[in-house]
Design a protein around this ligand. Structure first.
Ligand code: NI
Ligand code: MN
Length: 228
């Protein structure tokens, strides 16, 4: 079964596998790099890494319209169901996993902060490991590099998606260390070039990845898709 990863720009992804459509941190409204509108996005599952506006802003509208199930940390799942009347939510926590029709979703730690747009505490920020058939994909989401990434890389990762924007997350240099810890086959950069403060030279980053790691860098433009 094929897996396609479409970058929505910033930290947002559309993952398609078989009949399933999964959105991760979709953020297109108010995102100057986005190529799509929220009303064009369909989903049966939506994964939310943390409560910051640039990750959750479009989630209530998309979830309500598509009836997608939202998977997030407990506090965010509760906020979506109580404040936005989202009917289908799965609240989980770090280290936990849930089996869903397309595979397994495990929530990993992330070093970041998390507050919801109305000021409600968002619990702990998170990343995700998706196991789809025999493939493992890691979405670090908004985080600093941390040495436990070595664990996340075991037994093997097909794909790692890492932020490289710096300022709010790890930057290009630290991402090289993350790649060395994770040892993925493919690495895709995210959370950069949305606004001037997180501007990065992705081609230069790709050259460094090839130089100092064994991973293959895959650099997408917003709207482009990588087929795994
Ligand atoms: Ni954030
Ligand atoms: Mn962010």
């Amino acid at each position: 079964m094929g897996i396609s990863l479409q970058w929505l720009g910033h930290g947002g992804w559309r993952i398609q596998t078989g009949p399933h459509q999964i959105l991760l941190d979709p953020f297109v409204t108010g995102n100057p790099s986005a190529t799509m509108r929220a009303e064009d996005l369909e989903a049966d599952y939506i994964l939310v890494s943390h409560g910051h506006e640039d990750h959750i802003a479009d989630v209530p509208e998309i979830a309500r319209r598509t009836q997608a199930t939202v998977i997030a940390i407990f506090e965010i799942a509760q906020w979506l169901s109580q404040k936005h009347r989202i009917e289908r939510t799965v609240g989980m926590n770090l280290g936990g996993a849930v089996q869903v029709p397309f595979g397994r979703v495990q929530m990993t730690p992330a070093w970041h902060s998390s507050v919801l747009p109305d000021g409600t505490p968002g619990g702990s920020p998170a990343g995700f490991v998706l196991t789809i058939a025999d493939r493992r994909l890691y979405f670090a989401c908004d985080t600093a590099v941390f040495s436990d990434m070595q664990r996340i890389g075991q037994p093997r990762l097909d794909v790692a998606v890492l932020p490289i924007g710096d300022l709010f997350t790890m930057g290009p240099e630290d991402s090289l260390e993350a790649i060395q810890l994770l040892q993925p086959t493919f690495v895709l950069p995210a959370h950069y070039n949305t606004w001037p403060p997180i501007q990065q030279d992705a081609a230069a980053w790709g050259a460094r990845v090839r130089q100092v790691t064994a991973a293959k860098p895959v650099i997408l433009a917003p709207g482009e898709t990588f087929e795994l």
